[in-house]
Design a binder for this molecule. Structure first.
Ligand SMILES: Nc1nc2c(ncn2[C@@H]2O[C@H](COP(=O)(O)OP(=O)(O)O)[C@@H](O)[C@H]2O)c(=O)[nH]1
Ligand SMILES: [Mg+2]
Length: 360
């Protein structure tokens, strides 16, 4: 069976930390110690691209940060279970240049790149909006309000200009709001604290952004802290420390399943408003053989995911139980169950609990 395709669209203004994040994401998950602890590993589908990412990371280790890029970047990663030869999950990562959100395309080439990029957007199950941790640290709430307003305006503008050109932009419906450069915050600061501050201080702007994205239920519920490299002011860069980069793929996986459940619930008119995610999930599992018929294309991988992860695994907060299921799966050579339960376990470990928070 081919790997499960997850498409994730990453947005953030220039300087927010997207390029460094991509290098850190790859580097952290290629470490032997990572494979030992998480029982899966990453590989770049295109080896040359993988080497470029590692090169970028090694330069970071020497204190050289990447040049700002204004290109749309697309890269694919496979996740393999430890000791098994086939990948179970493929993540397609789309890096949207901040400039697209600020200016009109400079020429026909850029216009075409943008068109291609927006098509990818329609396949993406999850969007990540990166808030610049350094700016939030220095400017406070005003920065978050600005970010939401600015992003809403720009999404609106993209939608209108595309519609005028006869193309409909379809934004992801599941979103993660991620705070970059989390190393600039105190060690006890967590995604839950970030969630509290955002909902307390920027709820009006959040509501407006949800309306523009048409993602009422799916923006403003998932929060992450990310640190690609620890670079405290006036101190040496320490690229061995990172936060949340290993939580990212699991968060995307689980958000995709949640998106499919929500999609299925919305398509059933008789659903009661109070139906929970788990009731919805249980339902989806019951109809797993026919869900592809009514789910939009980007969610059709979910029927496969649900064949390998039980509700118990999704709901379980017990890392030891999940790790045992994962190790059993590796022993049986069950590629998909091994990686999927491994990812759910990664969301529940100490790093996952600090770096990821979902409020509903
Ligand atoms: N403290 C800290 N600084 C970071 C981190 N990631 C990026 N930076 C800083 O932010 C700058 C911009 O990052 P970059 O990834 O190029 O931003 P992009 O324009 O969104 O791709 C870098 O040159 C670093 O100085 C991080 O995890 N921690
Ligand atoms: Mg960049």
């Amino acid at each position: 069976m081919p790997p499960l395709d997850l498409h994730v669209a990453v947005f953030g203004a220039s300087g927010a930390g997207k390029t460094v994040l991509l290098a850190a994401f790859y580097r952290a998950q290629t470490q032997p110690s990572f494979q030992q602890e998480y029982a899966y590993k990453i590989q770049a589908v295109n080896k040359a691209q993988g080497n470029r990412l590692l090169g970028r990371f090694y330069r970071l280790e020497e204190g050289t940060f990447p040049d700002g890029s204004t290109r749309f970047d697309e890269i694919e990663f496979d996740f393999f279970p430890r000791d098994l030869p086939e990948p179970a999950v493929r993540i397609h990562w789309y890096d949207y240049p901040g400039r697209w959100w600020e200016e009109e395309p400079v020429d026909a080439d850029e216009r075409e790149a943008m068109r291609q990029g927006l098509l990818r957007l329609g396949m993406s199950q999850v969007g990540i909006l990166l808030a610049d941790g350094a700016k939030y640290r220095s400017e406070g709430t005003g920065y978050i309000r600005w970010l939401f307003e600015h992003f809403a305006d720009e999404c609106d503008r993209l939608r209108r200009t595309s519609a005028a050109a006869g193309e409909e932009v379809s934004f992801p419906r599941e979103w993660i709001l991620a705070l970059s450069k989390a190393d600039l915050f105190p060690p006890e600061y967590s995604a839950r604290d970030f969630e509290r501050e955002v909902c307390r201080d920027a709820d009006d702007q959040l509501a407006k952004l949800c309306a523009v994205l048409r993602a009422e239920h799916a923006f403003g519920h998932r929060f992450m802290l990310l640190s690609s490299v620890a670079a405290p002011p006036d101190a040496q860069v320490d690229p061995r420390t990172s936060l949340g980069v290993r939580t990212l793929a699991p968060a995307v996986l689980v958000s995709t399943v949640e998106g499919a459940v929500r999609e299925a619930q919305a398509s059933r008119k008789e659903k009661s408003a109070k139906e929970t995610f788990f009731q919805g999930l249980r339902d989806l599992m019951q109809f797993v053989d026919s869900v592809d018929d009514f789910l939009p294309k980007r969610y059709q991988i979910v029927s496969k995911i649900l064949r390998f992860v039980s509700i118990k695994d999704f709901a379980s907060t017990r890392v030891d139980r999940l790790k045992k299921a994962r190790e059993d799966a590796i022993r049986r050579g069950d590629t998909f169950k091994a990686v999927l339960t491994g990812m759910v376990a990664a969301l529940r470990d100490d790093e996952g609990l600090r770096a990821y928070h979902q409020n509903q």
